[in-house]
Write a protein of this length. Sequence first.
Length: 183
Amino acid sequence: MHGGGGEHVPGGSEAPSLRSLGRSPKEGERILAPTRRPDGTLRKPVRIRAGYVPQDEIAIYQSKGALLKKAAQSEGPPGYVPDEDAKPKTKAAKRNERRKGKKHQVAFTSWSTQELEDISVSLVPGADLDKKIRAIKKKIRLAEQYKGDPENLKPEQREKLAKVEGWREELKLVEEKKAALVS
């Protein structure tokens, strides 16, 4: 009888398992010894082929998004540089930092409030004047559209036509103010 399942050959622990599998293992293959079931019977020896990875050891698939999310969590918040916080500052470094802070504070407070007001006042009216000039020009342009047929005008449109000369004078005054500010 060849290849019987329960034969015992003296002289080696692997001999019965190889015979029961029917051939010798190839390079890289392994054979797990037979294990005993709770009821006392033996399980067959298990041959594991070369390159086989058991399901329990295979990593679970993760999408690119999940991997990026994990990487982002481990890095910390965006813009955070851990190297800066890693080493504690020496006394000299702390002292230098305080000096720099004082210099910046002195430089900032050296500007008088009057200089700041002058700067802010000069910027705002120029922008306001430009806005006002555009608004007046638009009023004049819209009112001049009504000149074509004065008989079919509504009362509001007639009032606008009457105001056109006043708007032109106002436009000249505002443009003169702007020219005075620029120079």
